[in-house]
Design a protein. Structure first.
Length: 64
């Protein structure tokens, strides 16, 4: 059994959450930002900017 990669959100120093990464779809780090889009079994596609989740496929309906 292979071990899944874990991605940690860095919202606050004393509080956080982590996500199992099924597949990284995109990751780019520039001098201005760090953008990652990955897939998670429970939440679908997740987009995070600078270590903070911005949206997930599961909560996307809120924006419509």
């Amino acid at each position: 059994m292979s071990q899944k990669e874990i991605w940690y959100e860095t919202l606050h120093p004393n509080f956080g959450q982590y996500f199992a990464v099924e597949n990284i779809l995109y990751h780019d780090k520039t001098q201005h930002q760090d953008l990652i889009i990955f897939e998670n079994t429970e939440l679908g596609r997740i987009m995070a900017l600078d270590g903070v989740v911005q949206t997930t496929e599961r909560d996307e309906f809120i924006y419509h």
